[in-house]
Write a protein that binds this ligand. Structure first.
Ligand SMILES: [Zn+2]
Length: 258
């Protein structure tokens, strides 16, 4: 009844044990073929690696999430050593980026140290020839685009992207990918992005366990929520649902070499 899907961005390590079990059991039923599980720090990376050893459908990405305090230098060095050691198991570098939401709350936080960390991971992704998963929205996105260009990064995935038309145009030109969350069902801004962005550079995600609103209010975020997202994307693109499923699935398989 369902077409195959891949959740292109989820924090699977951040679910509770019983929730993870439930999701893994449900994956066959909802035809969720794989989960790209991103990490927020070294502990999260180790947990995601462990989850991969337990179930190979969990594809771990390792990185330092930008929406948190700047750590001591050694923390990032240790994380980069871990990435180096486990590059075979690692599907991508991520989640990395810049702290847009943190700086909305605390504008005095300087951006520079975050740029230094991000650049270190961009360099590493380039050296290891891995895709990179980015958290970069609004004013931060053009900065990240320039950094990616500096290292000639081709495989960049801007998850849950939001930004201005000029940046969107630049991202399309550079061949960068975005992924759409279940808020496409009710957020005008995301619906507009779907209209604008080529489907050939689009994936779908949940960013779970992050919670959603509208018809998903008070529900545990689950990869099955991607099915209504695809339905909505087909609607916005005025395309058949079958074609949208196929194209998004193919994009994700190719982007992450699955
Ligand atoms: Zn995320």
């Amino acid at each position: 009844m369902f077409h195959s899907i891949i959740d292109a961005h989820i924090h699977f390590d951040m679910y509770k044990e019983d929730e993870r079990k439930e999701i893994l059991i449900d994956m066959d039923r909802y035809k969720v073929e794989a989960l790209i599980s991103v990490s927020k720090d070294l502990i999260s990376a180790k947990n995601n690696l462990e989850l991969y050893y337990q179930d190979k459908r969990v594809k771990p990405a390792f990185g330092f999430h930008p929406e948190q305090e700047i750590p001591e230098e050694q923390i990032i060095i240790d994380l980069q050593h871990f990435v180096e050691r486990h590059q075979k198991e690692m599907i991508a570098v991520g989640e990395v980026g810049l702290p847009y939401y943190l700086r909305q709350e605390q504008p005095s936080i300087p951006l520079e140290p975050y740029i230094v960390i991000l650049e270190a991971f961009i360099k590493q992704a380039s050296a290891l020839n891995k895709p990179i998963v980015l958290h970069a929205v609004y004013d931060d996105a053009p900065i990240v685009c320039s950094l990616l260009e500096k290292y000639s990064i081709k495989k960049a995935h801007f998850h849950w992207f939001k930004g201005d038309s000029k940046t969107i145009e630049q991202m399309i030109q550079n061949g960068y990918f975005i992924s759409i969350t279940p808020d496409v069902l009710y957020e005008k801004e995301i619906q507009e992005l779907v209209r604008q962005y080529p489907l050939t550079q689009m994936m779908v995600e949940t960013d779970g366990p992050w919670p959603f609103e509208g018809k998903f209010q008070n529900q545990l975020t689950h990869p099955k929520m991607i099915h209504p997202s695809v339905n909505k994307i087909a609607n916005l693109k005025k395309m058949s649902e079958d074609d949208v499923y196929q194209l998004i699935y193919k994009n994700t398989k190719q982007f992450y070499s699955l």
